[in-house]
Design a protein around this ligand. Sequence first.
Ligand code: DGL
Length: 270
Amino acid sequence: MAVGVFDSGLGGLTVYDAVSKRLPDVAFVYYGDNAHAPYGVRDADDIFNLTCRGVERLWEEGCDLVILACNTASAAALKRMQESWVPKDKRVLGVFVPMIEALTERKWGDNSPPREVAVKHVALFATPATVASRAFQRELAYRAIGVDVEAQPCGGVVDAIETGDEILAEALVRSHVEALKRRMPHPEAAILGCTHYPLMQSVFQEALGPEVTVYSQANLVAESLTDYLTRHPEFEGAGKVSKFLTTGKPASVSTHATQFLRRRIAFEAA
Ligand code: DGL
């Protein structure tokens, strides 16, 4: 069985790392669209077309279930894909749902009226496209009342990570946290709403302070995928081999992936 993991570039590796540890018997095929990253500055049509192309490539690898390990694609393209494009025998799931479930402490299918939740002041760090989509606030509002969300578009961070420039990425994270804190001085929780950002999680935590709970998606998605595969074993695709595909230059993508995950990752051309 094989499951596809899609991202615009390296960020989805944070999700890959968690799901592959949680489900060691499942083969995962990773697709990084590094040639077109970052998605966060693209428009919704562009993100839709690029995401569909990547997902089709993962279907070719025998992955009937694909996780969009990319908030930007989940926010800007997933609904349209599910409504008009994904065939009945395939599934494409995003990374928003497990995060909203964790924050609101309720299951996705729970359609009871929105209610008060423990956290009241939430900082959201995401790409400009995810912030502009307001998808996170919309989904949260269906389920929770009285939560004040302050969103910070973190321009430049994905680019710095993709080019392996950790020093620049760190400086940008600190300045985005400062900018957010000027508008919301005391957030109780912070959402890392881009799968690249856990690669900088310690910097976010340090800049935010120890009293802020930082939610990142990787482990939440791993639990949610485990539960999904137990309930829907029919979507364990026919693929058998784990591999890493990129639309970018395999040698440099492998170097940056190895640098960030601190273990050898070898990409091949998609
Ligand atoms: N990892 C993607 C996300 O979660 C990055 C998006 C981008 O390429 O800008 O949003």
